[in-house]
Each structure stands twice: as structure tokens, then as C-alpha cells.
Design a protein around this ligand. Structure first.
Ligand code: HEM
Length: 538
């Protein structure tokens, strides 16, 4: 093992462990189950005798577990009356494997020390043992197992080999994993197998061109076409690393240099033109329209037919360009406009920090992935805030912006008639409010009809939004869950804001500053756009 390989692997595991909470430590089972690492290693060694691929399969389980709501063993739960298993989600079904070995490890662990070692920790130890035989770094331990699975999350958060580097980078960034993490972790494709259906898009008709992927070495292409003929069996497997398929080494990266990466997502790490930046942060990227080089964020799911006010931003920009041309960025205009809008509606005012510059790219995939949806649940939404450095207090305070404005029926009608397939409305919805909302948004009515986000004072910036939550009159599921999720840390914050509008105003101002600080472009990064809709010179 060379020093550079070791470095790669350390980055991999520091990355994965970084997604868990800070209380993990390597001696967690020192007293309660001192031989756990030996137990895991023994079962894997036995399995490797008949299945040289099993180590690769096990490390992949850890990855697919960690990327969905953290490393909590949720991937291992089977279907039941309360669980929709993640195993059946698109990226997992007929693909992830090794569950029988995990079960064997669990049985051996339970025999040695009953009720002590979590399934989530077993995956972490098994991942390390699979890479090096279990002697390469101290695995941080102490995870507990989830009591729920997140089928939808597995479909959303796990990367697909064909979705493109920007999207995949955004999915990693959403979990605070950097581009280096992405490249290092992809290095796990130095062993294991992939099925034809995961890369056949590259062999015959890449992106509808009628030709193979031009970044595929021609002799490698010929080999792969023999293994995966057109209309052949999509489940045939081949080696992810054509040179040393069962060894954990750096040949994966050498393969990329010679255009012999197997998956599109592998080869793109090397063959994508230009430096890879993650366009996230307050950079005015939302304001860019479609062009040859821009896929507008305005067309991303959370924005299309929903975000508005662009014409007012354009008017502000024109006025500013007349007053002081080429000076004020579009990103700063949004920050100033946000403060002005809140204070004009009776809310707090604050000193807006300025000096942002504008991006020269948009990130439509990021907009689809990183912006919270009203339906996705408090855990997910909290994770999305924390991925950009915002805590639970920020989440509650900033949600208080729903004290004014409107929402379309389609953003909350899921709560009115058949909530989560129960055939009944959301039980956390006050019955008279439910009746009103059903009138505004009848079943099969127009999804674009508007309702006030704050039913009491719809145009004022005050703390009534929070009193509404206490009365079960939050409009969106994501609003009401701040108060109605049993045991959630958000409840006490909501209660505080109801009792103390000043505390809400102070928190809101501070959280707006925190949000405005997300990855600004400064110095010579980016540009000052002269038209917020277009990159300069385009
Ligand atoms: C960067 C985004 C990634 C994408 C798009 C991706 C996609 C895939 C796909 C499509 C397969 C083949 C599955 C099949 O044919 O059934 C695969 C296999 C594998 N992946 Fe990834 N993967 C990614 C990152 C990772 C990471 C971060 C790890 C672990 C740290 C990992 C570990 C593995 C391993 C070891 C295999 C082989 C498993 C086996 O042989 O059973 N992958 N991956």
C-alpha cells in the first residue's frame, strides 16, 4: 500500500465519518464488546472464500446507508407495516448485495455481546475491514440504529451513474462532502462489479447521438460491447476496475486517465472540461435565464411556476446601473431587497452585509436537490439546512418568513384529503382551517390557486405565524411539523417566538445574516453582472 493510496482511503473514511455526529469514538465498544472488530473481520474472511466481491458489496452498503439521513442502518430494514424498505428504491433494488453477510455478522455479534453493537456500526466496521482486512484506521463508533427507513430519500439522495457530474457534486455537497471527497470516495470503484444496465448508455447511443461515449477508449469499448451486447441481459456484471478487479489500489484513477472508467460518473471525474466548482451560495445564480451555457435554476422543480418578483429585481438593477454602473451585484440586490421587504412589512431591520459578486454559472441540478420541499419531512429539511451551515434555530426563525406571502394549493393539498395514503386529512390540521382550505383548494381543483401562508395577518411581518402553528393552522406540512413533530427540538423555539416577538425578530435578523453568508463570491471570483438575467458578454 503506497502512501498516496493510504491517503485516499483515509480521506474516504474521514469523509464518511464526518457525516455522523461528533460523539463517535474509536473505543466505544472497548468494554462492552472488545472483540467486535475481530468478529466482523472473521465473518468477512469466511465470506471472501466463496465470494471475492463481497468486500466491495459491503463498503457500498455503508455508502448507501450513510447518504440517506445519515449512517443509521436504515438501509438494512425490511418491508413491514410501518417500513417501506430502502432496499426497493431505484439505486438499491437488484443491485446492492451482502445483506446475508451483515446478518451473519449481527448474529455473531449478538452471540458475543447481546444488544450492544448497532447495525449502523457493523456497516462502518465492515467497510473498513473490507478495504484493508481491518487494520488500517480506527473506525469511529457509537452510532445507533434508526427506527424508520426513507424510501423516497434513497431515491432522491443517492447518485446515479448517468446524472452528470454537476448533479452528483451537488448531492455530495448537500452532505457537506467536497469535490475531493467525491473523487476519493469514487475510488471505491477500484474493486467490485457493475451490471450492464448501469453503463450500457455509453456503448451504442450515448445521449441520443447514435454513437458511443467519445470519452471511452476504443478497445475498452469493444470489450464492453462483447460483454453487454445491445438488447442483451442488463444484469450481466463486469469489473469496475479492469486491471486489478479485486484489489483496493489506485488503478481506478489510472484507468480514468486512459479513458477506461466503466461508469459515466467515473470517467466524468477526469474527462469533464473546466474546473469543477460547486455553484452554491448567495451568488445571484437564480436570476440567470436559460442560454447556451446556462440551464436556468428558474426551471428547477422548486422554482418553476413558483418563484416570482424577477421583474422587480430587474427594475432595481436598471435603476442601480443608472446610478452607479457596474458596482452592485445582483446577489447583493437580493440581500438588500430581502431586508427592505421585511422591514417595510413591519418586521425587523438589520445591517445587511454586502460585497457579494455574481456567479457566471447556474446550478439547476443543485436547485432541484438542495432546496427543501414542503413534503419532505423535518429530518430531511433540518439536514438540508445543516448542510449549508444553518442550525435548528435558523430553520425555525427563517421559516417565520411564512408570516407573509402566499402558497399555491399544490404545495399543501396533500394534507387536505388523503394524507400519506391514509384516506384522511393530515391530523395536525385544525378542523375549521381544514374546511376553509378545502373550499379554497377543492379536490381536482386548480393547483395554482393561492392561499395566505399566515391566515391571520397575511401581509404583515409579525409572530402570528408561530401562534398559527400552536393552533394547528400552519399551511404547509413543513410549517406545521416544526410544532407537531413529537420530541422535536423545534417546538420549544416555536413556543419562545410566540411568547416573545422581539426574540423572533432578533433571531430572524441574525439568521438572515447567517443565510446571506452562505458561500459568497468575493474578491476576483465571479463578476458584477450588468443584467441579472445574463452572464456579462453573453
Ligand atoms: C459518485 C457517485 C457514485 C455513483 C454514481 C455510483 C454508482 C454505482 C453503480 C451504478 C454501481 C454498479 C451497481 C450495479 O451494477 O448493480 C456501483 C458499484 C459500486 N459502488 Fe458506486 N457509485 C458512486 C459512489 C460510490 C461510493 C462513494 C462508494 C463507496 C465509498 C461506492 C462503492 C461502490 C462499490 C464498491 C461498488 C461495487 C459493489 C459490488 O460489487 O457489489 N460507490 N456504484
Amino acid at each position: 500500500m503506497s502512501a498516496s493510496n493510504l491517503l485516499i482511503v483515509l480521506v474516504i473514511f474521514i469523509s464518511l465519518f464526518g457525516m455522523s455526529n461528533a460523539q463517535l469514538n474509536s473505543t466505544f465498544y472497548a468494554n462492552s464488546c472488545p472483540n467486535i472488530s475481530g468478529i466482523v473481520r472473521g465473518v468477512i474472511q469466511e465470506a471472501l472464500r466463496s465470494d471475492p466481491r463481497i468486500g466491495a458489496s459491503l463498503i457500498r452498503l455503508h455508502f448507501h446507508d450513510c447518504f440517506v439521513d445519515g449512517c443509521d442502518g436504515s438501509l438494512l430494514l425490511d418491508n413491514s407495516s410501518s417500513i417501506r424498505t430502502e432496499k426497493d428504491a431505484g439505486p438499491n433494488i437488484a443491485s446492492v448485495r451482502g445483506f446475508d453477510v451483515v446478518d451473519n455478522i449481527k448474529t455473531a455479534a449478538e452471540n458475543a455481546c447481546r444488544g450492544v453493537v448497532s447495525c449502523a456500526d457493523i456497516l462502518a466496521i465492515a467497510a473498513e475491514a473490507s478495504v484493508f482486512g481491518g487494520r488500517s484506521w480506527n473506525v469511529l463508533l457509537g452510532r445507533r440504529d434508526s427506527r424508520t427507513a426513507n424510501f423516497a430519500g434513497a431515491n432522491t439522495f443517492l447518485p446515479s451513474a448517468t446524472e452528470g457530474l454537476t448533479n452528483i457534486t451537488a448531492k455530495f455537497a448537500a452532505l457537506n462532502l467536497s469535490v475531493t471527497d467525491l473523487v476519493a470516495l469514487s475510488g471505491a470503484h477500484t474493486f467490485g462489479r457493475a451490471q450492464c444496465f448501469t453503463f450500457i448508455n455509453r456503448l451504442y447511443n450515448f445521449r441520443g447521438t447514435g454513437n458511443p461515449d467519445p470519452t471511452l477508449n476504443s478497445s475498452y469499448l469493444a470489450t464492453l460491447r462483447q460483454i453487454c451486447p445491445q438488447n442483451g441481459n442488463g444484469s450481466i456484471v463486469t469489473n469496475l476496475d479492469l486491471t486489478t478487479p479485486d484489489t483496493f489500489d489506485s488503478n481506478y484513477f489510472t484507468n480514468l486517465q486512459s479513458n477506461q472508467g466503466l461508469l459515466q460518473s467515473d470517467q466524468e471525474l477526469f474527462s469533464t472540461n473546466g474546473s469543477l466548482t460547486v455553484p452554491i451560495g448567495c451568488d445571484g445564480s437564480l436570476l440567470l435565464d436559460n442560454s447556451n451555457s446556462i440551464q436556468s435554476e428558474k426551471n428547477a422543480g422548486p422554482n418553476v411556476n413558483s418563484t416570482r418578483g424577477f421583474n422587480v429585481v430587474d427594475t432595481i438593477k436598471t435603476t442601480l446601473e443608472n446610478a452607479c454602473p457596474g458596482v452592485v451585484s445582483c446577489a447583493d440586490i437580493l440581500a438588500i431587497a430581502a431586508e427592505a421587504s421585511v422591514s417595510l412589512a413591519g418586521g425587523p431591520s438589520w445591517n445587511v452585509l454586502l460585497g457579494r459578486r455574481d456567479s457566471t454559472t447556474a446550478n439547476q441540478a443543485g436547485a432541484n436537490t438542495l432546496i427543501p420541499s414542503p413534503f419532505e419531512g423535518l429530518t430531511n429539511i433540518t439536514a438540508k439546512f445543516s448542510a449549508v451551515g444553518l442550525n435548528t434555530n435558523d430553520l425555525v426563525a427563517l421559516s417565520g418568513a411564512h408570516t407573509f406571502g402566499r402558497a399555491q394549493c399544490r404545495t399543501f393539498s396533500n394534507r387536505l384529503f388523503n394524507f400519506s395514503g391514509t384516506g384522511n386529512p393530515d391530523q395536525t390540521l385544525a378542523s375549521s382551517y381544514l374546511a376553509t382550505l378545502r373550499q379554497t383548494c377543492p379536490q381536482n381543483g386548480s393547483g395554482s390557486t393561492l392561499a395566505n401562508l399566515d391566515l391571520t395577518t397575511p401581509n404583515n411581518f409579525d409572530n402570528n405565524y408561530f401562534s398559527n402553528l400552536q393552533n394547528n393552522q400552519g399551511l404547509l406540512q413543513s410549517d406545521q411539523e416544526l410544532f407537531s413533530t413529537t420530541g422535536a427540538a423545534t417546538i420549544v423555539i416555536v413556543n419562545n417566538f410566540v411568547n416573545n416577538q422581539t426574540a423572533f425578530f432578533q433571531s430572524f435578523a441574525q439568521s438572515m445574516i447567517n443565510m446571506g453568508n452562505i458561500s459568497p463570491l468575493t474578491g476576483s471570483s465571479g463578476e458584477i453582472r450588468s443584467d441579472c438575467k445574463k452572464v456579462n458578454g453573453s
